[in-house]
Design a protein around this ligand. Structure first.
Ligand code: MRU
Length: 359
């Protein structure tokens, strides 16, 4: 019977908080090895975010929130004002690990402003408050993902082919994912559909992560190389695209993994609906348009070396923008935790946040 509840116990957990310690699943080794690493220092957490051991916008925010507590856990002997100054310094440090996913700066701002709201209390009490807030961010993300699943699942009909790009799955969040949440719920409701997962060069999140996690959940998933997308659309295999995002600007422009823009343009050409799924924590009303979204540029080695093997000659010139921006006019709708926002997206986003204030 359809029940909109998915058995999440079999899903991979990218982040765990156990006995006051932070554990991260090293996603760079998936799907071949499952290595869960305890994060002993803030540098460990910064490196884990930078190297994409933990990745995906919501997961980065959650990991950094816990990471901030790891940063100051041994400093509760400081005077409260010094402790607060240290927390701010470490938050800025963690925020510098990656630039495009707004969830990272959002989580750091939220942790710091929550702490600053407390005018009394020892440093040990402030530390406890930070841990509590990080756990709250983590728990809220589980609820946001469930909401996106519920909102997006009715879009999925029997027999559909759904394309996705990169990994906006359980691995990229607390659980269930953003783009994949409607798929998990649809599958649980007995809808039969196929997912086409683009491999996502250069770091292959679609091949290594999305195909793996959907297959594990029993969802019919087919892996494509990125350059097969047009052919698959032209030959009628794709009825809908759902992707995640690292940041939605106030006008509805959407930054997501490099290659998403091409998929969106193709979808427009072939008349295929193109949906973006994200929690409200990924919408950045302070960033006016996609032109204002910082695009992370990564090392050229990620282009010239695949899984440890160099494929281009030494000293080959490269570019490695990790994200691109899809203009709002190519987006059919944004699947959030509480509604699907449709065009005009800029106005829809304003109404969405006004509604949240009145909740
Ligand atoms: O570089 P990554 O792997 O962190 O990029 C991730 C993406 O582009 C995801 O689509 C996005 O963060 C949404 S995750 C729910």
């Amino acid at each position: 019977m359809p029940n909109n509840t998915v058995d999440v116990t079999q899903m991979p957990l990218s982040i765990e908080w156990k006995n006051a310690e932070l554990y991260l699943l090293d996603q760079t080794l998936l799907p071949h090895e499952t290595v869960i690493e305890k994060q002993n220092t803030v540098e460990d957490v910064w490196q884990a975010i930078k190297q994409l051991k933990v990745r995906g916008a919501p997961a980065i925010g959650i990991a950094a929130a816990y990471g901030l507590t790891v940063a100051v856990k041994n400093d509760t002997g400081l005077e409260p004002n010094d402790f607060k100054a240290l927390v701010k310094e470490k938050a800025a440090y963690l925020d510098s690990a990656r630039s495009t996913a707004v969830n990272l700066s959002w989580a750091m701002r939220r942790m710091v402003s929550h702490m600053e709201g407390l005018t009394s209390g020892s440093s040990a009490e402030l530390y406890d408050v930070l841990v509590k807030e990080a756990k709250k961010i983590h728990q809220e993300d589980r609820e946001l993902c469930a909401g996106m699943g519920k909102m997006g699942a009715p879009l999925i009909k029997d027999g559909m082919g759904i394309m996705t790009h990169c990994n906006a799955g359980a691995l990229a969040t607390s659980i269930l994912g953003t783009a994949t949440a409607p798929m998990y719920v649809g599958h649980d409701n007995g809808i039969e559909f196929k997912v086409y997962s683009n491999e996502t060069r250069p770091l292959l999140q679609g091949a290594r992560l999305t195909s793996w996690e959907l297959k594990k959940a029993g969802i019919d998933v087919t892996l494509l190389t990125d350059n097969m997308a047009a052919h698959m659309m032209a030959t009628g295999h794709i009825d809908m695209v759902i992707v995640g995002t690292d940041r939605v600007a106030a006008n509805g422009d959407v930054a997501n993994k490099i290659g998403t823009l091409g998929v969106a343009i193709l979808a427009k050409y072939y008349g295929i609906p193109f949906y973006v799924a994200c929690p409200s924590s990924t919408v950045d009303m302070e960033t006016a348009t996609g032109d204002d979204i910082p695009i992370e540029e990564r090392s050229g080695d990620e282009v010239t070396v695949i899984m440890g093997k160099r494929i281009a000659a030494q000293d080959t010139q490269t570019r490695c923008p990790a994200f691109d921006v899809t203009p709002n006019e190519l987006v059919t709708g944004i699947i959030t935790e509480s509604e699907i926002i449709r065009a005009p997206l800029g106005q829809g986003l304003i109404k969405f946040f006004e509604g949240k204030k009145n909740d």
